[in-house]
Design a protein around this ligand. Structure first.
Ligand code: ATP
Length: 420
């Protein structure tokens, strides 16, 4: 973990939030490479979960909603973690995560568990006395439910169908930690899939989405033996869930959830009293919901961990090409030869309209390769003296370090084929 955290800082993936003022616990900022990686992940998710399907549409709901949403959804009452507090050092720990009856920090005696609400309060309005209390959303899900009727009325969706959303959520986590794994501000990518209310349909779609999501992570490169699924015990399930299975990753800090598949039944729509009317039979009912709820930040973290290699003095991020922040780096062999620099700049200018590429002429070529390996760039393209004779460049592969020579006119197709 220390190596990942330090690589993220050194190369501009993830920085501690508000660092110049001493930081703030549970908040992180994504740097120039981190934002590319995160955006790539979200784009692929959206493409696969929305564009590739005919039964899913998207929304982007507001972060702040009428506080009634959170009362009706049960979050003001039930969105709590039982905590124990050390009587000596007053550190608090989640009761479900602590295995001893004594404080892990100082050995002091612990109190019995108490409940703390995870919703972050905010006050809306400008006049001090008239400010109204509401919450930053604790999950993005409710924004979908409160718009269910709007979506049904304004589009041609018919059950079974899904509504997808990606966005920020906020939780006053008691023990933020393990880098970005448990943050107080984070992003979720979710699909709420609405089905007819019967057990058979519930089971069918639950199993379908569980398999779909597990395969999605495998296809994007997470090693199979670092993935597992774990079903929640009845007393562990969230207040809304009929059934819940987590997709877990074998992180350096142990097996950890990064996506949940939840059978929410009709909990939400019945609480909000939103019914669906079948246009053919005219039957009215509360649909059931199968939810796929993934964490963008947790997925980014696990893709970084899973792709980290140290080989023959090289640090390599073997990220899937579609996730890699930069697809190719273009170098002139020598910085002080204008013919080489001009040619390399031209290649860079041509490629940058279609691919995320960078130009680099600092230091020697060996150091430039090492830098690109460390940030996961799949290809390094070098303009050398032979280029001036026959219009070919070398293309070096990140994972094997093998090089091929290719005509400049063919670079675009080469990258298109590899990266798609
Ligand atoms: P945990 O048990 O780890 O607190 P959870 O079961 O409360 O997580 P869900 O409510 O199911 O999480 O949220 C869905 C997804 O949102 C999680 O799988 C995770 O990827 C992400 N997520 C939840 N809480 C956080 C957090 N504090 N920081 C980063 N991501 C989070």
């Amino acid at each position: 973990m220390n190596k990942i955290v330090s690589l993220c800082k050194r190369r501009g993936f993830i920085f501690p939030g508000s660092e110049i003022y001493g930081g703030i616990n549970g908040f992180w900022d994504y740097g120039p490479l981190g934002v590319e990686l995160k955006n790539n992940l979200k784009k692929i998710w959206w493409r696969n979960m929305v564009y590739d399907r005919e039964d899913v549409v998207g929304v982007d709901a507001a972060i702040i909603m009428n506080p009634k949403v959170w009362e009706v959804s049960g979050h003001t009452q039930a969105f709590t973690d039982p905590l124990v507090e050390c009587k000596k050092c007053h550190h608090r720990f989640r009761a479900d995560k602590i295995k001893t009856s004594h404080c892990p920090d100082c050995g002091g005696e612990l109190t019995s568990p108490k409940k703390f609400n995870l919703l972050t309060e905010v006050y809306i309005g400008t006049v001090e006395d008239e400010k109204r209390k509401t919450y930053l959303r604790g999950e993005i899900t409710q924004g979908v439910f409160v718009n269910f009727k709007n979506v049904v009325d304004s589009t041609r969706v018919k059950i079974p169908f899904g509504i997808a959303q990606i966005g920020k959520a906020f939780r006053n986590e008691i023990t933020p930690g393990n880098f970005t794994y448990r943050s107080r501000e984070f992003e979720q990518m979710e699909l709420e899939y609405f089905i007819e209310p019967n057990e058979k349909e519930g089971e069918r779609w639950f199993n379908y989405f569980l398999e779909l999501r597990l395969n999605w992570y495998k296809k994007l490169g997470i090693k199979e033996n670092n993935l597992r699924i774990r079903e929640h015990a009845v007393d562990e399930r969230a207040h809304y869930a009929k059934k819940a299975v987590d997709i877990e990753y074998q992180a350096p800090f142990g097996w950890s959830e990064f996506e949940g598949i939840h059978h929410r039944g009709d909990w939400d729509l019945s609480r909000h009293n939103i019914k669906y009317q079948d246009k053919i039979t005219n039957n009215e009912y509360y649909p059931w919901v199968i939810e796929v709820s993934g964490g963008v930040d947790r997925a980014v973290l696990f893709f970084l961990i899973d792709s980290y290699y140290e080989e023959n003095q090289r640090v390599i991020l073997k990220l899937n090409y579609s996730l890699a922040p930069i697809k190719a780096a273009i170098f002139p062999l020598l910085k002080n030869k204008p013919e080489l620099v001009d040619k390399a700049k031209k290649i860079y200018q041509n490629l940058k309209n279609n691919f995320m590429v960078i130009f680099d002429d600092r230091g020697n070529i060996g150091k430039r390769y090492l830098y690109q390996d460390e940030i996961g760039t799949p290809f390094c393209i070098t303009v050398d003296f032979q280029t001036l004779k026959d219009n070919t460049v070398t293309i070096r592969d990140r994972d094997t370090t093998n090089q091929i020579r290719l005509n400049i006119d063919k670079i675009h197709d080469f990258l298109s084929n590899k990266i798609s």
